[in-house]
Design a protein around this ligand. Structure first.
Ligand SMILES: [Zn+2]
Length: 72
């Protein structure tokens, strides 16, 4: 959706200008992507999350199944 600052309405993205007042929509300012600095520590951290997260998730799943079986 586009927003008209002139009459404060929202209108279709396909419209080049506001259907109400005809004021052209301001172009979306494309923010340049900041150059991502390769951080070797972040890759290692991702692996750590994976190594800890997956067994934790499996353990949690078993716990849920165990609880359901115990209650039911
Ligand atoms: Zn307008």
């Amino acid at each position: 959706m586009k927003y008209c600052r002139n009459c404060h309405i929202l209108y279709s993205d396909e419209a080049a200008a506001c259907p109400r007042c005809g004021v052209a929509a301001p172009e979306k300012e494309a923010a340049p992507e900041p150059e991502a600095q390769p951080d070797p520590g972040s890759v290692r951290r991702d692996w750590l999350y994976l190594v800890i997260g997956i067994p934790l998730f499996i353990a949690f799943s078993y716990l849920i199944v165990y609880l359901i079986k115990t209650i039911g």
